[in-house]
Write a protein that binds this ligand. Sequence first.
Ligand code: FAD
Ligand code: NAD
Length: 466
Amino acid sequence: MENYDIAVIGSGPGGYVAAIRAAQLGYKTAIIEKYDTLGGTCTNVGCIPTKALLDSTHHFSEAQHKFNEHGIKLNQIELDFQQMYKRKAEVVSKNTAGLDFLMNKNKITRLKGTAGFVNNSTLKISNENETIDLTAKHYIIATGSKPSTIPGVEIDKQRIITSTEALSLKELPKSMVIIGGGVIGVEMASIFNRIGTQVTILEYADNLISTMDNELGKNLHKILKKEGIDIRLNLGVYKAENLGSSAKVLFKDKDGTENELEAEYVLVAVGRKAFTKGLGLENTGVEVDERGFIKVYENNQTAVSNIYAIGDVIGGAMLAHKAEEEGVLVAETINGQKHHIHYDRIPGVVYTWPEVASVGYSEEYLKKNNIPYNVGKFPFSASARARASMDMDGFAKVLVDPKYGEVLGVHVIGARAADLIAQGVIAQEYEITAEDMFRISYAHPTYSETLKDAYLIASGQGAINI
Ligand code: FAD
Ligand code: NAD
């Protein structure tokens, strides 16, 4: 029997961060992962490989469409799909190797196998060679999520695939229908459309990335459409069929009209569900909700006081940085520290080009809840930096309390929005007013100046640059 202070189940961003923080605080810590490599969904088949391919395909697209105007003449631009995927795989291995290094550096015991609870205080870890019994004073469940699907659409991983299979295709697909215009849908659509796949997005809602401030999805729609992606909204997919060398999707428009589309691949991107298979929760007092997510109470404690749960497996925003924050919170809670996460100040980013990033309340939320607000919106087309780089699509929009100037929401679609949003998080977390935000100096020329002007507009001062 192996004994630890803290055993972390799952090595995604929730699990590995929890383990590192626990070890830093002096706990004898083990991390258990069923796969060969650490890093979970994010590192192996999520954030990292998608961003590697988004970057590669963005370069390809820039070379095709913008280099000429920059005065760079290339005789022939050719796509080496296998090399693109090989580089993606190398980026992933470098990151998983980085995690191996961090586990060793922090003296965290790494155990390979599927961990299942025998009861509230004992774990059995099984791999192809052995079974290990383990006890720990505290357990942190960080087993993450898997793609979900809709009735009538069975993911067969051959023709009807998810983002995971799309990240290991052997050849460039000629055509792809993506079910779902959420975050995975638009990122995958961007990757494949840029390198020549004919992409169609089928979305149930009346907007892309519909959980974000609506203007972002509307603007992104225009941009992606202009780039050649066929986007169809307000419809419900009810069936998909593998036809051997292609697949067919059947869907109904809002008025009930039946439609179908055929493509080399159908990519299902309709959300993800909690992964608890093999975890033996039935042998514990840990509760799950009606959708299968583990129920947690204060400080991410489950119904069993020595078992905590974090990340995708508990639901909420399925984001790597949300899982990481929860990992730190639990390790510090066990250590007797007080820590708090403001869930409405966790930024969301979509890595299309331009990028989309958001933190705080959307305009729709403020309207629905009768919360007064002022809007400050500044277009990237009026930014000197954006003109220099030819990245003039998008805008920065801030929503500000009219009386006290508190920043209620920051929503950006534009070049490097993913990095710009950090200042929105700071403004909201520390309740900095819009006036404070425009009175500080912004380096010129930078994309961040779009936010300075947006804060000026929202405060009734008038922008300098428009
Ligand atoms: P996971 O990363 O899912 O890790 C769980 C781990 O637990 C897995 O390795 C699994 O093998 C292991 N495990 C499960 N059960 C057991 C068991 N019984 N025993 C042992 N091990 C077990 N988020 C972002 O913030 N930014 C992005 O850019 C982004 N891009 C994404 C792109 C894609 C295509 C996808 C699918 C997701 C993306 N996400 C992104 C979401 C992000 O990947 C997840 O929110 C994040 O990985 C959740 O972390 P986690 O630690 O909760 O779980
Ligand atoms: P999502 O919830 O973002 O989007 C799913 C979309 O599918 C929704 O827009 C929904 O309306 C649509 N849909 C549902 N049923 C449908 C039907 N029958 N027909 C047509 N459309 C339908 O989920 P996702 O894109 O699968 O992503 C899963 C999770 O992964 C998300 O929670 C996301 O946060 C995370 N993720 C994050 C990033 C990032 O941070 N950049 C990238 C990828 C994934």
